[in-house]
Design a protein around this ligand. Structure first.
Ligand SMILES: NC(=O)c1ccc[n+]([C@@H]2O[C@H](COP(=O)([O-])OP(=O)(O)OC[C@H]3O[C@@H](n4cnc5c(N)ncnc54)[C@H](O)[C@@H]3O)[C@@H](O)[C@H]2O)c1
Length: 360
């Protein structure tokens, strides 16, 4: 946020005074509090909510009721009803409401969207996506995301599948109209540390340091998709894929060409051709559509990455706050957050029924 002109980070809130103070000192923020209500009483215009998923709804609701613009982490809430209430409240209050679907803000993601809008992709025949991670690979890996009370009924789909589903619809302009899901919990139990322990030091645990707990949310998901144009797609999401650190990959086959892009090589877009050599577009403002250029902060060859996506998303959100114009938000709003919850709940329902579920 500090890379955007005219933003002052006024205060930080955390779950207890010590954590809030430590983070405030580390980040050079003057005021801190463990009391969210006190934060809202301060002279602030907007709030960024970056807490575990189960806290998003209550915090966003309070912030909107206090007249603050809200930028919330994904997933927006843990149920459709909560998300719908937030959409209605934010719109009634005419406050800026954004969900941090930051993957949309890689410059080449915007380039794919604009190329599709200009007809350079043609009719979309199929979309294949995956989002693979390995940070929950061992049964000794543990985090609040493994607890449905904090994370919600879905884990891999809600946590990272939400980014992928948002991106599929954003780039392609196609709505997902039905899903058929098959979810799997690879580690049926995990070792929950009884004391604070670094995520990757699980091998150092002794039997007395952990308790074995049952896991009900998915480590891995396969979902078949049907799109509004009648064509098909599929996604795979996993948090137990060794060696894949944070790899969102998308491949769209169109009637004119194909796109392939992944978040671990975000400055390269593969263009697949039937009747000519395949191409590789490197992120360079002079080679990209003009409408993408505001998202490109550095010249070609100087790589941009994950932290730049948030900077660009916040830039568009604060432009709406300053101008007071939210008529056509380009950034992802609470409506997009609601959309992801609808898709996520439909995926859970489909897995339970082991059948297709239409998105209503
Ligand atoms: N957009 C993205 O790419 C992205 C990436 C990572 C995480 N996230 C989202 O961000 C959120 C947080 O995830 P994380 O990995 O940073 O988790 P984390 O556990 O590292 O951080 C959560 C923070 O919330 C604080 N907290 C807990 N209870 C609180 C309370 N009552 N009041 C104030 N603060 C409280 C914790 O102390 C901690 O500092 C999740 O919703 C997650 O889905 C999004």
């Amino acid at each position: 946020m500090r890379r955007i002109p005219y933003i002052e980070v006024v205060a930080i809130s955390d779950k207890d005074e010590l954590s809030a103070q430590t983070k405030a000192q580390h980040l050079g923020i003057e005021q801190y509090t463990a009391n969210f209500d006190r934060l809202l009483d301060m002279d602030i215009d907007s709030v960024h909510i970056c807490t575990p998923n189960n806290l998003h709804f209550a915090m966003a609701k309070k912030a909107l009721e206090a007249g603050k613009h809200v930028i919330c982490e994904k997933p927006l809430a843990i149920t459709i009803d909560e998300a719908r209430e937030l959409v209605m409240l934010a719109e009634a209050k005419k406050l800026v409401n954004a969900v941090h679907f930051n993957i949309r803000y890689y410059p080449l993601v915007r380039q794919m969207k604009i190329m599709r809008e200009k007809g350079e992709l043609g009719e979309i025949y199929s979309i294949i996506g995956s989002y693979l991670q390995d940070w929950l690979f061992y049964d000794t890996d543990y985090n609040w995301r493994l607890e449905p009370g904090q994370s919600g009924q879905s884990r891999a789909i809600a946590d990272i599948g939400s980014h992928l589903l948002d991106l599929l619809e954003y780039i392609s302009g196609q709505e997902i109209v039905a899903v058929m899901a098959d979810l799997n919990t690879v580690h049926k139990t995990r070792k929950k540390p009884l004391k604070p322990i670094d995520t990757y030091s699980g091998m150092l645990l002794k039997p007395e340091d952990f308790v074995e707990v049952g896991i009900s949310t998915e480590d891995h998901a396969n979902v078949l998709l049907r799109f509004g144009n009648g064509n098909r797609g599929a996604i795979t999401v996993s948090q137990v894929a060794a060696g894949r650190k944070n790899r969102l990959s998308i491949e769209i086959a169109g009637s004119k060409q194909s796109f392939a892009w992944n978040s671990e090589q975000p400055n390269e877009l593969w263009l697949g051709k039937r009747d000519a050599p395949n191409g590789l577009l490197l992120r360079d403002p002079s080679l990209m559509h003009e409408a993408c250029r505001p998202l490109v902060a550095f010249p070609g060859g100087h790589n941009e990455g994950f932290p730049d996506t948030s900077r660009q998303l916040f830039g568009e959100v604060y432009a709406a706050i300053w101008s007071g114009d939210q008529s056509l938000p380009a950034y992802p709003t609470f409506r997009d957050g609601l959309r992801e919850l609808i898709l996520c709940e439909s995926i859970i329902e489909s897995n339970k029924k082991q059948d297709w579920v239409s998105i209503t």
